[in-house]
Ligand binder design. Sequence first.
Ligand code: PLP
Length: 397
Amino acid sequence: MEISKKCSRVAPSATLQIDAKAKKMKAEGLDVVGFGAGEPDFDTPSFIIDAAKEALDQGMTRYTPASGTVKLKKAIVEKFRKDNGLTYDPAQVIVSNGAKHSIYNTLQAILNIGDEVIIPSPFWVSYPEMVRMADGVPVSVITHEEDNFVPRPSAIEAAVTEKTKAIIINSPNNPCGCVYDKNTLEAIAYLAKKHDFYIISDEIYEALLYNGQKHISIASLSEDAYERTIVINGVSKSYAMTGWRIGYAAGPKDVITAMSNYQSHATSNPNSIAQYAAAAAIEGPKDATKAMVQAFHERRDYMIATIASIPGLSAKMPGGAFYVMLNIKGILGKCWQNRRIDGSMAFTEALLEAENVAVVPGDAFEAEGYVRLSYATSMQNIEKGLARIAHFVSALQ
Ligand code: PLP
């Protein structure tokens, strides 16, 4: 007997190996500094915890409608109106088990075998895998550091074929930390109209923007963009609620209905208590989010300034999210203990062994020559970790 062809096509996470090694070292009592985190290092604000307790006390422990409670959908509709200038009917909204699940449902709802999905690269590793899981074909469009990793519309258009069904965009971006400017978003909306494909806009890092920038949802740019965009968002990153597993999508009614039908058979409703807490988060005060953004902002500035002082390394100033793409091309070819650092994986392994510092190698997300550092960790860790990286680089031969 064999596992399915479909499942054997799904790649294991390339970063898992290094993550397992870092965890093992920590368990052995070593002082490992981790720059790998993909989640805020803050606790969920207490008013959200209180809402969850209230839900339990009120006996909200039963099935809810499969696509989410009326209360949470209303809160989401109001959020889109207030924050993004987008008007949705609750029937155009679905709540799922995290934004990841929302993206998965979207791809299941719109892809047929062999349909192509354009994904600007470097990308979040789950996008191409989820496209494959929905029988689609991921098509990478390379972005460049000199453009701050924002895709060139000409490169997107060059990747379009008659099989193109959608593009996935992600701004603010994981892993690059870049923020797409309005002109680029308009150009993507224009191409989607011209070649008639969907836009999946993953806006999970919307709240994590620095220097007073304002988030622009591509769906708000025109009537046509609105009609062909599925906006993905959730509470994981904005409210430090990664473990609660609540994400949502809004878009064309037929797509959302198809997603709801699919979800009703696959998972039923997301957790009832978490839905109640998510409504409280979305409707509640934003002080905790602001404090978190302020802390990320300070860490980002410190990281970029410190990296600039390390010979051989460099990084562009990220505009959002909590990631820095560290350019390591200047040290490639050098040796650590007679081991040649010939790529991001070799750099990552040697750094972990030499200095107990864990980073994410760029080759996992088509960014060879870079490693990703997350600043969702304390300033103390950042200072210690960067000092160790500087020491590691200075000792290379
Ligand atoms: N989209 C991007 C770009 C992410 O980086 C992540 C989490 O790392 C998600 C979606 C998933 O968010 P959620 O926790 O809501 O599933």
